[in-house]
Design a protein around this ligand. Structure first.
Ligand code: HH2
Length: 286
């Protein structure tokens, strides 16, 4: 089932062209929040956030993903003004970063300001679910987009996630969102798809998606996977959120083996080593 254009070997976003296929790209997470699930958030200290951004890039991040609103299960909804106050001072200070800045937002107002300040990717956990204005804005800006699947909202998504066929339903949703993005004027080589690990999914749903990532790859777009420190890793290993690096690395290595192009992680230094090994084994063999 190939629906989109077969992804070219490049993900284009703003002024950047990221080569895909030769090695796995790492998206390093920079949360500017007081309540992110893994406790990594830096809130109200732009200087420290810039320092952290540079550390992530020095450790090997190919993309920096900046978030001003936690989307963990049960998180508080914040308004656009607060999200802007959290992210803009940092984005504005990172103008000369050598890697693309991605902004993890679903709001048009935040995306507009971030793109104007130089962000190259909008990472939308609702898969452009807030409607056409965001799609047109991104298309007109030349930025890239990450379209993620979520069942429900962060406030209710973990209450009782249910699917008849999680892989098929997620693939159908992402194909439709990619089609909508193209209809809004997005070029296919600026689109990345993401199954949304942990967003309205039980551990079994997450594992099924990771085991069948090839079904998402068949849609013809690059695939991003975000397993880092998430609760299914805690459920399997019994580890608290601060001790899930090893489990996260195992999930990353197997996601790469199943075709992931980009992995979104907190622990960039460790992930760099894991994907170097995974790439050496699987990309050589492909
Ligand atoms: N996961 C989180 C947030 N944004 N975006 C994409 N595309 N894929 C993901 O898997 C994803 C995401 C949750 O992680 P984190 O940002 O660390 O937590 P919080 O939302 O609590 O800030």
């Amino acid at each position: 089932m190939t629906i989109g254009l077969q992804s070219s070997s490049v993900f284009r976003c703003g002024r950047f062209s990221l080569e895909l296929g030769r090695r796995t790209l790492i998206m390093g997470i920079l949360n500017l929040t007081p309540d992110s699930f893994s406790g990594d958030g830096i809130d109200g200290d732009p200087a420290r956030a810039v320092e952290r951004a540079n550390e992530l890039v020095a450790a090997g991040a190919d993309i920096l993903d900046i978030g001003g609103e936690s989307t963990r299960p049960g998180s508080a909804v914040i308004d656009a003004d607060l999200e802007l106050r959290r992210v803009m001072p940092v984005i504005e200070r990172l103008g000369d970063l050598p890697v693309p800045i991605s902004v993890d937002t679903r709001r048009v107002a935040v995306a507009r300001s971030a793109l104007a300040a130089g962000a190259a990717i909008i990472n939308d956990v609702t898969g452009l679910g807030e409607g056409p204005p965001l799609a047109s804005l991104i298309a007109g800006s030349g930025a890239g987009v990450v379209l993620m699947h979520m069942q429900g909202t962060p406030q209710d998504m973990q209450r009782d996630p249910h699917y008849e066929d999680v892989v098929g339903e997620v693939a159908t949703f992402l194909a439709a969102r990619a089609r909508a993005a193209c209809q809004a004027g997005m070029a296919p080589d600026r689109i990345v798809l993401d199954p949304g690990i942990g967003f309205g999914k039980t551990a079994e749903h997450n594992l099924a998606l990771l085991a069948h990532l090839d079904a998402l790859k068949e849609l013809g777009y690059p695939v991003l996977v975000g397993t880092s420190r998430k609760s299914f890793i805690g459920q399997i290993t019994g580890q608290q959120v601060g001790s899930r690096v090893a489990g996260s690395l195992a999930s990353v290595a197997l996601a790469v083996a199943r075709g992931a192009d980009i992995v979104r992680v907190h622990d960039v230094h460790e992930t760099r080593q894991a994907v170097a090994i995974a790439d050496a084994i699987v990309r050589e063999a492909r």
